[in-house]
Design a protein around this ligand. Structure first.
Ligand SMILES: Nc1nc2c(ncn2[C@@H]2O[C@H](COP(=O)(O)OP(=O)(O)O)[C@@H](O)[C@H]2O)c(=O)[nH]1
Ligand SMILES: [Mg+2]
Length: 289
């Protein structure tokens, strides 16, 4: 069979996680309109009769401003180093700017590279032609494709092009496995997604979630998780007036977790302040970064 590791790389918010979820056909990686949603490299495993592709979704590469940012970039760079093929996702709806220039300078590929222009539903011919010219001149990719992560346009073609470029290899995972991440991680990510959706940018970016207990033998399944913030004032925002905000986060997260597990869940959330956790190496190791 053909197999290989394929890294999905690019800037934040271009649609990498959306594309991964489309390819696998379920939610492997959380998606929000906010930048820096994905913090860890997450594998999504695609299986067909004669092929296994291990996609590695990466945090968007950016100019890091904290230890967390440095660690996120490191995860992305090392995923690129370790892959057989890289898929560089570009937002086709935005004009080329300094952020893209930063990637041109910092992102080098030793492996074969495909470039995917995503969000073609929101672009126009001049813009996409300009982007294509710049990216093709700079990176000399083996394939250039257009996709729309929202409706799945171009995804089949992307998979088939990737297959063409992979070589014979082992089956890395059994066919029932769709991700390398465990249940705790997926629960933490779902809670973080709800915070990103419900709270203003700064608070979720200063927060993280740690699952302290999951008991899948019980009915309903009992889950206890901590939301960690940096300041007392952020704790107040996450809890909200009369506890309304944390209740909303908890309800939306519980619904998604129940959908994922197909079972009833009792989700208990608490908020804890850990000053400056984003710059604490010990803390980041604890979170698998
Ligand atoms: N219009 C449009 N929006 C998209 C498309 N793909 C993804 N998005 C949106 O772009 C935002 C960022 O997507 P996400 O997958 O989290 O980006 P990532 O940071 O690169 O992983 C989300 O709001 C998505 O719904 C697309 O093809 N067209
Ligand atoms: Mg992402």
């Amino acid at each position: 069979m053909k197999s290989g590791f394929v890294a999905l790389v690019g800037r934040s918010n271009v649609g990498k996680s959306t594309i991964l979820n489309r390819i696998i056909g379920k939610k492997i990686s959380i998606v929000t309109p906010k930048s820096q949603t994905t913090r860890n490299s997450i594998q999504g495993i695609y299986n067909s009769e004669d092929c296994q592709i291990v996609f590695v979704d990466t945090p968007g590469i950016h100019k890091p401003k904290s230890e967390l940012g440095i660690k996120m970039d490191k995860q992305s760079y090392s995923s690129i180093r370790d892959c057989d093929l890289a898929v560089f996702v570009v937002d086709a709806s935005k004009e080329f700017n300094e952020g893209d220039e930063y990637l041109f300078e910092h992102l080098k590929f030793d492996c074969n590279l495909m470039i995917v222009f995503n969000k073609i539903d929101e672009t126009n011919i001049e813009l996409i032609n300009d982007l294509k010219k710049r990216y093709i001149d700079h990176y000399n990719p083996i394939e250039v494709l257009e996709t729309c992560g929202l409706d799945g346009f171009g995804i089949e073609e992307l998979i088939s092009k990737i297959k063409n470029h992979l070589e014979e290899g082992p089956q890395y995972y059994d066919v029932t496995t769709t991700t390398d991440k465990d249940l705790s991680f997926r629960v933490q990510e779902i809670i973080r997604e709800k915070m990103l959706l419900l709270l203003k940018e700064e608070v979720p970016h200063s927060s993280t979630v740690k699952c302290e207990l999951i008991n899948t033998d019980e009915f309903p399944i009992n889950i206890f998780a901590k939301i960690i913030v940096e300041k007392e004032s952020q704790k107040g925002i996450v809890i909200g007036a009369k506890g309304k905000m944390i209740k909303r986060i908890g309800t939306l997260a519980r619904q998604d977790i129940e959908k994922m597990l197909g079972k009833h869940v009792n989700l208990q959330l608490i908020v804890q302040v850990v000053e400056n956790w984003r710059n604490s190496s010990r803390f980041l190791v604890d979170l698998g970064l």
